[in-house]
Design a protein around this ligand. Structure first.
Ligand code: G3H
Ligand code: ZN
Length: 288
């Protein structure tokens, strides 16, 4: 099967992005796979440390392997926002395709030192795993927020991006370019959207010349997504929008079937709701 690196190279050349969607249960996982297969697009699935703890690291890897084996499908597994080298090693041994070592909350020099160590540890287990590093604080939670978290809004500069990439040799960079994890209530209701600094994305891409990931995709303006992808974002992460769809779908399923106890008869609505979000995001990220 084609490697993640090959899929990203193709996307970069075509100026499109590969959608990355988080999951922590079989409903969301099957919804993501169904949406990607309908669109015939490669897809990345990811789990944060919390999502991995709930799902199981090897269980997540087994789900992805099952889809690859059954359909020969280009689906790739990412250990999202990994904060410890020990957890990165566990994911590397379980067969993840990408690992994000997230030192973005650390002072810059410490982030560089820890990311370098993580890369050594991961690549000594499997040199084919792509490692992503993060700079700039964009908040830490895919949830509905009361306010913008303290410290969010400071943009990564092209100089610090280059310094970080040169010092760590990461394969992929996640910079802060106006993006934020999670959604404000005003974004959930649709009145407010996240806006990105497109010029800064282009400047950082020109400085680092490696793959870049846009985190915090939920609630972002569609046109900003398109322009960010054209300017150098090759992976786009979306989580909160899926979580909201999952919750609304579960609530609708329970309300529609008040006496039902078979999970699969209740959770179909949640699967459809998550699939719809993933489909529309994949459509947007792959449009030229
Ligand atoms: O790594 C996950 C994401 O960056 C998702 O962010 O919840 O704002 O879509 P989001
Ligand atoms: Zn993220």
């Amino acid at each position: 099967m084609t490697s993640l690196r090959e899929v990203l190279k193709r996307a970069e050349a075509d100026q499109v992005a590969v959608g990355h969607f988080n999951f922590s249960d079989l409903v969301a996982f099957n919804a993501i796979v169904a949406a990607a297969r309908d669109k015939r697009l490669p897809v990345m699935v990811g789990l944060s440390e919390g999502e991995r703890e709930f799902t199981g690291v090897r269980q997540a890897a087994a789900l992805v392997k099952a889809v690859r084996d059954e359909y020969d499908y280009p689906i790739f597994l990412n250990a999202d926002h990994t904060h410890s080298i020990a957890n990165a090693e566990v994911a590397a041994k379980a067969g993840f395709d990408e690992i994000i070592f997230d030192g973005s909350a650390l002072p810059f020099e410490e982030n560089i030192a820890q990311t370098r160590k993580a890369i050594e540890a991961i690549k000594s287990i499997n040199p084919a795993i792509l490692v992503e590093g993060e700079i700039g604080w964009i908040g830490g939670s895919s949830s509905v927020l009361d306010k913008v978290p303290d410290g969010v809004g400071v943009l990564t500069t092209p100089d610090e991006a280059k310094q970080f990439v040169d010092a760590t040799l990461v394969d992929i960079l996640a910079p802060a370019v106006g993006n934020m994890h999670g959604m404000l209530a005003s974004m959930v209701h649709g009145g407010v959207q996240k806006r990105l600094n497109i010029a800064r994305i282009a400047e950082i891409k020109a400085a680092v010349r490696i793959f870049m990931t846009l985190h915090g995709g939920s609630g972002t303006n569609d046109d900003d997504f398109r322009r960010a992808i054209k300017s150098g974002m090759t992976i786009v992460h979306v989580n909160t929008e899926l979580r909201l769809a999952w919750r609304r779908g579960v609530e609708a399923g329970l309300a529609a079937e008040p006496n039902e106890v078979a999970p699969y008869k209740i959770l179909g609505r949640a699967l459809e709701a998550v699939k719809e979000v993933v489909s529309s995001r994949l459509e947007l990220f792959s449009s030229r």
